[in-house]
Design a protein around this ligand. Structure first.
Ligand SMILES: [Zn+2]
Length: 230
C-alpha cells in the first residue's frame, strides 16, 4: 500500500490516508473538480482521437480482439461518449446559460424541483453513480426557468464526481445565479462501485444535503422533506 501524503488545494494534508484509502472510502480533496491549468488547450476533436487510441490500448491489453466487428468501433464510441456526453460537464463552455427573470408573482415561499434524475460517474472507479437530486430555493426577487435547475444538476453530474462535491457544486451555482444564500440541495444516489464491486452492497444508497441560509433551520428542513416525500 502506498503511503504518500496527499494535500488538498488549500494545503490541508490528508495525513495517514493512502491513495487506496482515498478511493475505497470515496474521500475527496477539493470542492473544485481537480483540473489541470491547460485542460482545454486541446480541441475536442483531438481529445476524442487520443482517447480512442488509448482506450483501444486498454482493450488490447485486456486481450480483446479489436478486429472483431463488434469491438472495432468501441474505442471511437467510448471517446465520443466521454467528451460529448458523460464528461461534457468538465468544460465550462457547456455550462448552461441561465437568464434571471423578475419574480412577478411575488412568490416568496420555497420552490422545490424534486426527483431530478441524473447519471454521474465516480471519480475513483469511473463507474456510474445514479441518483435523484432535489433542489429548492427561495427567491430573492429573481427567478429562473425550471428547466435550468435540471440543467445545472446535469452539468455538474457530467463529470467524474464524488457525491459530496456534486452537492456543493450545484448549491454554489444556484447561490451564484439566484443571488441568494437560500438554496437547498439533497442528493440520494446509488454508487455502482459499491453495489457491483468492492463490498457488493446492492441495497445501500448515499444521501448528501446542503441547506443554505434560511433553509438551515429544523422547520425549513422539515417543510422541504415533506414536499420531497409527498
Ligand atoms: Zn467509486
Amino acid at each position: 500500500m502506498k503511503t504518500e501524503t496527499l494535500k488538498t488545494k488549500n494545503g490541508h494534508a490528508l495525513n495517514g490516508f493512502s491513495i487506496e484509502d482515498i478511493g475505497d472510502d470515496h474521500l475527496f480533496t477539493s470542492l473544485d473538480t481537480p483540473m489541470k491549468a491547460n485542460a482545454f488547450d486541446m480541441p475536442d476533436s483531438e481529445k476524442k482521437e487520443r482517447i480512442s487510441i488509448l482506450f483501444s490500448e486498454i482493450m488490447d491489453v485486456l486481450g480483446l480482439d479489436l478486429t472483431d466487428d463488434s469491438l472495432k468501433g468501441t474505442p471511437d464510441r467510448v471517446a465520443k461518449m466521454y467528451v460529448e456526453e458523460i464528461f461534457s460537464g468538465l468544460d465550462p463552455k457547456n455550462k448552461p446559460k441561465v437568464a434571471l427573470f423578475d419574480n412577478k408573482y411575488q412568490y416568496n415561499q420555497m420552490l422545490v424541483e424534486k426527483d431530478i434524475t441524473f447519471y454521474s460517474n465516480c471519480e475513483h472507479h469511473f463507474v456510474p453513480i445514479i441518483g435523484k437530486a432535489h433542489v429548492a430555493y427561495i427567491s430573492s426577487g429573481k427567478v429562473i426557468g425550471l428547466s435550468k435547475l435540471n440543467r445545472i444538476v446535469q452539468y455538474y453530474a457530467k463529470r467524474p464526481q464524488v457525491q459530496e462535491r456534486l452537492t456543493q457544486q450545484i448549491a454554489n451555482e444556484l447561490k451564484t445565479v439566484l443571488e441568494t444564500e437560500d438554496v437547498a440541495v439533497i442528493i440520494d444516489a446509488k454508487h455502482l462501485c459499491v453495489s457491483s464491486r468492492g463490498v457488493k452492497d446492492d441495497t445501500s444508497a448515499t444521501v448528501t444535503t446542503y441547506y443554505g441560509g434560511v433553509f438551515n433551520t429544523p422547520e425549513k428542513i422539515n417543510e422541504l422533506q415533506n414536499y420531497i416525500n409527498s
